[in-house]
Design a protein around this ligand. Structure first.
Ligand code: 2PG
Length: 250
């Protein structure tokens, strides 16, 4: 069969209020900023103008991804499509760094430690303490997770918890020929891109995903991208936005 596999579109949520304040966010459920809402609308316009109309959307359980999907889909008149949500698409759990300012963290711990925590593949930040302001124990949406509830994660942990959802929930939609929108987060999408493009543990440190710009992947029958790295629907905006993510904390 030539191309029975549907189109995959990845969309990182628009700017959140904590992105704007330069705070580590992780699983803290902060809303979009006004700018983030505008980015989400622009994301929907890009989908509409490219004629890429999702048949199904998968989101995390966090409102910045959910709101982004709602706004983008409303903009391209696809507000009515099937929706699935799963914690496995959540942002990387940032452990004890959740709620901390990135610049202050950089100044306090230095460049090497900051970059290890932020972008190394397998070094997680220190775990968050249960019952503290930015921990998720007691949050009803994670009640079923039990011991699986993370207290910190590195990107390797995110790959491990994301892949079962990719195989069991997203791949079947693609194999059914559907156009699939995945509305998620900087680091959960980095984990997915690492898998799709076979990015090495070292090279993934340099890969950043901008907010609100849809990234289209065309996949062959083996689910390998025929456009490696994907195609941003607004490539010029993506270049500067990627640089801005890389420079956070500076
Ligand atoms: O704070 C976070 O949760 C993420 C995404 O905003 O930050 P970073 O890009 O530093 O991994």
């Amino acid at each position: 069969m030539a191309n029975a596999v549907g189109t995959l579109v990845l969309l990182r949520h628009g700017e959140s209020v904590w992105n704007a304040e330069n705070l580590f966010t992780g699983w803290v459920d902060v809303p979009l900023s006004e700018r983030g809402e505008t980015e989400a609308r622009r994301g929907g316009e890009l989908l509409r103008d490219a004629g890429i109309l999702p048949d199904v959307v998968h989101t995390s359980l966090l409102r910045r991804a959910i709101s982004t999907a709602n706004i983008a889909l409303d903009t391209c008149d696809r507000h009515w499509i099937d929706v699935r949500r799963d914690w496995r698409l959540n942002e990387r759990h940032y452990g004890a760094l959740q709620g901390k300012n990135k610049k202050q963290t950089l100044d306090q711990y230095g460049e090497e430690q900051f970059t290890l925590w932020r972008r190394s593949y397998d070094v997680p930040p220190p775990p968050i303490e249960s019952g503290t302001e930015f921990s998720q124990d007691g949050d009803p949406r994670y009640a079923g997770l039990g011991a699986e509830l993370p207290r910190t994660e590195c990107l390797k942990d995110v790959v491990a918890r994301l892949l079962p959802y990719w195989s069991d929930s997203i791949v079947p939609d693609l194999r059914a020929g559907r156009t699939v929108l995945v509305a998620a987060h900087g680091n959960s999408l980095r984990a997915l891109v690492k898998h799709l493009d076979g990015v090495s543990d070292e090279a993934i440190a340099k890969l950043n995903i901008p907010t609100g710009i849809p990234l289209r992947y065309d996949l062959d029958a083996d689910l390998r991208p025929t456009n490696p790295g994907g195609t941003y629907l607004d490539p010029d905006a993506a270049v500067s936005a990627i640089q801005a993510v890389a420079n956070q904390g500076r």
